[in-house]
Design a protein around this ligand. Structure first.
Ligand code: PRX
Length: 683
């Protein structure tokens, strides 16, 4: 499956310098290790597991599974019977065994230049223990779910690791989501406690997070699910004696006169008051390898988000191994992943993977364009970042401003560049490679999903010859295949459904509270395979190229959105009778949301209604789902059985007249009508 030979021409190679010290220095070595990982997975992963502390050893096979719905329930177990604690492994082990106590775990860089602090592994361990004790004293026990809704501050990492220290299951909700989305997630995972902050700035914009958290808690109460406790960190309203953890210099004050911090004494507790009296020693709770670690919600094609569940042992091994090998981590690296911890990229490659390796990371609160478009490179120079990981949408955004803001900074520390979240177009790849990396740094285009826990298709920086736009080959233990519509495996150059034939340690275990949905979503269509939902092409050299989602999902700036979720937010507006949402290519965001709405009788479409509809979606889901285009659609193209033909709507959104066969439409005249009313402007 991995080609014997890789092409010599039209590919890009890692530098000789990088190969000298790399963990996997050549394609030959990659192939050898890959074969071992497939033929003797137990031996391969056991070698990796040796680096971690296990309180008890596993009893059964290293990986046990069933991927075939026709043979019974789908399950994956890794190191069943072993017990450990991730927090112990990523902190105590680093401080005590590996003597990394004084090593910097995070350089926190705030939204405002000059707002910064440094946290060592020892300090992080102390703070995590303190907060774990706080959680315990408020009744949080092993297996309880805790919801976290916080900005990108060190305390977010503290909160998540405090949960795992005591065996509680964190469910982090991205702080850009709306109160409604937070409420839905809290209720679905039945969280007993919420951890949040007063507010934060994103660039110039103030977000009153506590207001949103309160609104969510009120909605939970109204729906009969009262959350007992809410712990609030003062991030913007900090007072002089509430010095931030590990800070060498207190953050610069940024005034926030508009910050509203409502307080409900029945529920609310102040983070700072609680930790002040807490002990900084806390015995970890030993967990089974297959105990629940965290839930993270991702969009589902039915509109209701799915709570992806990951478990302790396998996720720990997989994020640690992928981080080490895909970024070719070396002890003196300064690593920076620009994602938000509210997404899986932040979970796996800001918190767990880097900390498991004892790495030093930058944790950035702000935006790539604030206060100016040179901010990323300024930070790279400031901390001498060696490994840098971002999303194609950020690259395309910065590309618009040309090379000058990049070249104002040296960037000579950079060694490896990475991307994630959506296909990277070859033009953006070339810009990243040539302008940002000055042709010196390989680009690891990492394909993976919330569900996969870690990278599954990816180059290794010193080993894999790169083709711009291709995620290249599988990571160790991963066996991809391409299927046609009838479920047959295609060989050689081909295009079809991307599936995986067997599990790797970090793959999700279930949809929280709904195992049937897990089986239906990922395993029903093609029994025996995990179905990614992505289309994929394999070229003549065996390289994999992701072609995008083949379900009703859109990828906007690297964020997956379900069309059904946006549609149901739109039809909740009293003016709307029906809605259909499709993706339209966007030069920076990858895809943008193009919404067709059919209004109720007697309602007229105008700018005010358009603004209301946008607001409605923002409030129901969050700013990331704000429609870019809304078109008044007196009728929608439907088949005689009443099914909306989205393929036709996609063509209209893109102004492509070549419709293909539309003979099955009940009324084909709506197509022309929709073409005439097309939205030509948008965001
Ligand atoms: O469509 C693929 C796209 O993002 C989806 C997963 O989204 P999510 O679960 O939110 O996780 C994003 C971060 C891991 C995939 O199904 N995707 C992710 N990485 C790539 C990608 N598409 C192409 N190339 C990638 N490198």
């Amino acid at each position: 499956m991995i080609p014997d030979k890789v092409p010599k021409e039209d590919v890009f190679h890692g530098s000789e310098e990088l190969k000298k010290e790399a963990h996997v220095p050549s394609f030959e070595r990659y192939k050898e290790l890959y074969l071992k990982s497939i033929e003797s997975p137990d031996e391969f992963w056991a070698d990796i597991a040796k680096d971690f502390f296990w309180k008890t050893k596993h009893t059964g096979p290293f990986l046990d599974y069933n991927f075939d719905v026709t043979k019974g329930e789908i399950f994956v177990k890794c190191m069943d019977g072993a017990s450990t604690n991730i927090c112990y492994n990523v902190l105590d082990r680093n401080v005590h065994e590996r003597k990394l106590g004084n090593k910097v775990a995070f350089y926190w860089e705030g939204n405002e230049p000059g707002d910064e602090l440094t946290v060592t592994y020892r300090e992080l361990l102390q703070r995590v223990c303190q907060f774990a004790n706080v959680l315990k004293s408020h009744g949080v026990k092993k297996g309880d779910r805790v919801s976290i809704y916080m900005p990108m501050v060190v305390e977010l990492v503290v909160a998540m690791l405090a949960c795992v220290r005591i065996g509680a299951v964190h469910s982090i909700v991205f702080a850009g989501f709306s109160a409604e989305s937070l409420c839905e997630r809290i209720m679905d995972s039945q969280c007993s406690l919420l951890i949040t902050a007063d507010g934060f700035y994103r660039g110039d914009k103030l977000i009153n997070l506590k207001l949103l958290a309160d609104e969510a808690l009120q909605k939970c109460r109204d729906k009969g699910f009262p959350v007992q406790r809410c712990i609030m960190l003062k991030h913007l309203s900090k007072e002089a004696d509430e010095t931030p953890l590990g800070s060498q210099s207190p953050p610069a004050k940024r005034s926030c006169p508009d910050l509203q911090v409502p307080w409900n004494p029945e529920v609310d507790l102040c983070w700072h008051t609680l930790v002040r009296g807490a002990s900084d020693e806390c015995e970890p709770e030993w967990c089974e390898s297959e105990d629940q670690l965290f839930i993270l919600y991702t969009s589902g094609s039915t509109g209701k988000p799915k709570g992806v569940l990951h478990t302790v042992g396998g996720y720990m091994l997989y994020t640690a191994a992928t981080f080490k090998l895909v970024f070719d981590y070396q002890p003196d690296d300064i690593y920076w992943c620009t994602a938000d911890i509210g997404w899986i990229t932040g979970h796996s490659y800001i918190t767990y993977g880097p900390l498991a390796n004892g790495a030093t990371s930058v944790l950035f609160e702000g935006l790539p364009t604030y206060p100016d478009v040179g901010r990323m490179w300024e930070i790279v120079d400031k901390y001498h970042v060696t490994k840098f990981y971002t999303a194609p949408t950020a690259i395309r955004l910065l590309m618009k401003y040309g090379s000058e803001p990049v070249q104002k900074y040296k960037r000579e520390s950079l060694k490896v560049l990475g991307t994630v979240g959506e296909p990277i177009n070859p033009e953006a790849w070339q810009w990243y490679y040539t302008v940002v990396g000055e042709r010196r740094c390989p680009i690891v285009d990492t394909f993976w999903q919330t569900e996969t826990g870690g990278h599954v298709l990816t180059p290794l920086p010193a080993a894999t010859p790169m083709k711009p736009g291709s995620a290249t080959f599988p990571f160790f233990g991963v066996v991809p295949a391409i299927l046609n519509e009838s479920g047959e495996e295609l060989e050689g150059p081909s295009e079809g459904y991307l599936v995986f034939k067997q599990p790797w340690p970090g793959v999700m275990r279930t949809v929280y509270g709904n195992h049937q949905r897990f089986e239906t979503t990922y395993f029903k269509k093609f029994p025996g395979y995990y179905v990614t939902g992505d289309g994929c092409r394999r070229d003549k050299d065996g390289y994999y190229w992701i072609t995008g989602r083949i379900d009703d999902m859109l990828n906007v700036s690297g964020h997956l959105l379900s069309t059904a979720e946006v549609e149901s937010a739109l039809v909740e507006h009293e003016a709307v009778a029906e809605a259909a949402v499709v993706g339209r290519p966007h030069p920076v965001k990858g895809e943008s949301l193009y919404c067709f709405v059919t209004l109720n009788d007697g309602v007229k479409y105008n700018r005010t209604l358009e603004a209301e509809l946008k607001k409605q979606v923002r409030e129901k889901i969050g700013a990331i789902a704000t429609p870019d285009y809304i078109q008044d659609a007196p009728g929608l193209p439907k088949t005689r059985s009443g099914k909306i033909m989205r393929r036709v709507l996609r063509k209209i959104a893109c102004d492509e007249r070549d419709m293909g066969d539309i003979s099955t439409l009940a009324d084909s005249s709506v197509v022309e009508q929709l073409f005439q009313n097309r939205c030509c402007t948008g965001v």
